[in-house]
Every structure is written in C-alpha cells, then in structure tokens.
Design a protein around this ligand. Sequence first.
Ligand SMILES: [Zn+2]
Length: 251
Amino acid sequence: MTTDPIERAADLLGASRRLLVFTGAGISTESGIPDFRGPDGLWKTVDPDDFTFERYLKSAATRRKSWLRWSGSPLRQARPNQGHLAITELARLGRLAGCVTQNIDGLHRAAGLANELLVEVHGNVWTVRCLACPAEWPAETVFDRVDGGEEDPPCSRCGGIIKLTVISFGQAMPATEMHRGYAMAQAADAVLAVGTTLSVWPAADIPLAAARRGVPFVIVNLGPTDCDGIADLKLEVPAGPTMSRLVGLFE
Ligand SMILES: [Zn+2]
C-alpha cells in the first residue's frame, strides 16, 4: 500500500461515482478569506451580538450596519482557488453527488459549480431575500439602494424586512437547503470533508449522515476535527493543492 496520503485518499475515493464533498472555511483561506473562528477571524473584531437574528428584526440601525458591513466586505472581492476548481472538475467528470458548503463567500458558484450540485447551508453574501414573501434580489441591487440614500430598504414588493441569505445567530437553518444536503448525503457512495473542523451543527450532520451509512469517509483539514476518530483517513494538508492533485488521480 502507498504511503503517500493523497494516493491513499485516491485509493479510498477514486472509484466513487457519487462523491459528497462538504467544505468549510479552510477551502477559502487560500482565496484570502480568514477563518471566522481562527485567531484573526471576524469574531475577534466585532461583537457577535450584532449578528443575532432577533436584533436584525428589531432594529433598523442594525440592518443598516449590516448592509454597510457586507457591501464593503472583502468576501465579495475574493476569487476561487484551485480547491474550488477541483470540486467543479469532479462535477465535470460526473463524479459528484453534490457539494454542501458552510461558506457564505459564493466561491463554489464563482468556480462554475452548477446550482443543482451546490448547497450553501449558511446562505451567501450575493443573494437577498424578503423575510415575509418569496421576493429575491442580487445583493448588489440592495447595496445600490443603500448607497442611493435608503436607510433601511424594505421589500419592494410587500414592504417586509429584507436580509442577505447569510444565516444569523438564532435564525433557523434554511429548510430547503438542509433537505437538499441530506438528499445528497443519502445518494453519496463516499464523503470528503475539506477545510472544516466538522464542529458547527447542524451543518456537520450532513456529511456524517453519509459516513454513518458506512461509505468511505476522508477528511482534509489543517488541525484537528471533531471526527478524526471516525474517518477512514485524515490528511493534515492545505486544501487547494491537495484537492487539485487528488482529483487528478480520479481521471
Ligand atoms: Zn416581500
């Protein structure tokens, strides 16, 4: 048996026809996005109370702060890296059951992954929805309204409160996205977790739902995860170059 960890991962996953990929902050660090929970992360520089759903609903000032913060966010300037592109390549090869991501940066979509293969369980910084009706807009159109002087832009259809699809603390997980994620986990014949500590619930239950069915389970993450003990293989390596080489071994 090979001692090269990426070749070992390819031995476990390379025959997969319906791989579930679950990604977290670690796949986007190479795009210049800091891990929110890491030492330089967002939660060290802002008050998490400003991000509760309850406060967003109650306070026009909080909503205004939120629009201003996100419209200038470096998240919206980032470009996908070779890790994102490798997952899109898996889709092109017809090997992907789906990609479920905890990331809100939209970089899987920017890397060309089709909507039907992508589940963003924590939302993204590119889409705004009304909390009261089904209306939806590209975030840019709402940022433009704020730039144009609207303090607290309401839904242009029903007047309700509108919000980026990014999930706030205390906000329910999006039911449709969770269902789609579990359906991908049910269909998967192998599961690969990339750049995640698998510690944020309920999102982390989706890859584990696949792992519990006994399919091969590989983790690529720098640092320990909550599931190191149950994975078939754990690689302590950077996501981008690893994913690129691993997917190369699929062909
Ligand atoms: Zn509305």
